[in-house]
Design a protein around this ligand. Structure first.
Ligand SMILES: [Zn+2]
Length: 75
């Protein structure tokens, strides 16, 4: 069945045929289907968690520096 303005296209990752409106460009510039596009999400979540852990470590150092500076001024 042909839909004007919505031709068939091949997913660059799995090779199946999809309507071009169902394909999306991924971070590599490949035209991929929705399933292949969404498989990237778990790795993005891991990156966010790692960044949050880094922020927590950075905050731990700040109180120590602040207390140390105040103590030096008081003395
Ligand atoms: Zn695919």
């Amino acid at each position: 069945m042909y839909i004007p303005g919505d031709p068939w296209a091949i997913c660059d990752l799995c090779g199946f045929k999809f309507r071009i409106s169902k394909l999306r460009k991924n971070y590599k510039g490949q035209m991929v289907c929705k399933e292949d596009f969404e498989t990237r999400h778990p790795s993005e979540r891991n990156t966010v968690v790692r960044e949050r852990g880094g922020v927590r470590d950075a905050r731990k150092e700040q109180p120590d520096r602040f207390v140390g500076t105040v103590t030096a001024d008081d003395l």
